[in-house]
Design a protein around this ligand. Sequence first.
Ligand SMILES: [Zn+2]
Length: 300
Amino acid sequence: MLISEGAGLRVHSVDAGTMRLDGGSMFGVVPKPLWEKRIPADDRNRIPIAMRCLLIESESALVLVDTGVGNKESGKARDIYGIDNAGEPTRLESSLRAMGFEPTDIDLVVSTHLHFDHAGGHLTDDDGEIRPSFPNATYQIHRGEWAAAQTDNLRILGSYAPDHFLPLESFGVLELIDWEHEVIPGVRVVGMPGHTEHHQGVIVELGSDTICYPCDLVPTAAHVKLNWIMAFDIEPMVTLEEKERWLTEAGENHWLLVFAHDPTIASARARPASRGPGCELEELATDSDRIQVQNESELE
Ligand SMILES: [Zn+2]
């Protein structure tokens, strides 16, 4: 879906499928009676989440931010995480084709971080042969995240599948980057740590408007509440500081936020919080073309 355009850039959200993740993990210390009002759980206590990637079109390049789960997960993992992303070969590629793009058209793949639900689609299993899913793309990954993802730390091991990204190096398509890297003019990655130490978001300047893709710093619209922080985050106090900083800036400047995991709300306009740091939301939009203008308070 086209989210916005300007300054020679067009920004789309791209459907890479859905998953089901444990509701308690998604909301950390927030009690279930509060979070289940926002996103109800199934009989295994899982909530539906989207895998919503970002596609940025400019005259010179086609940029894809994150790639969903891909097609390399085992049947067991697909059941535990309720992964629903089948397509040609995955929903991501099918969604791109429906928008008029082939995987070969992608020039740059930018990773927010290397967790399996964001980087699993970097590579494709083609009848047992692993190949880059976007054969003409350079893959831009933060150098700290690249190192951290090869961890043997038991706390974070389960979120990474090195087989799913390490081969990028041997294919010669890997570019290690740092925060504040300019991807293309008007598009930059910024440090938004906490979820992982080197987690990064993407800011797109459209002239009169700014789009912010905070990815897992603010995975759903419900997580705009500053203290609603995922249990997955390795540095939750850093997440809190980063949310205060970025959501206050988003509210003051009325940025358009795009949510990677919200099951219904694809994007929303930030406005200053009525008191304190952070922001509130308006102009909530679903993935369909229909824009629903409603207040965040209607979701409570
Ligand atoms: Zn995620």
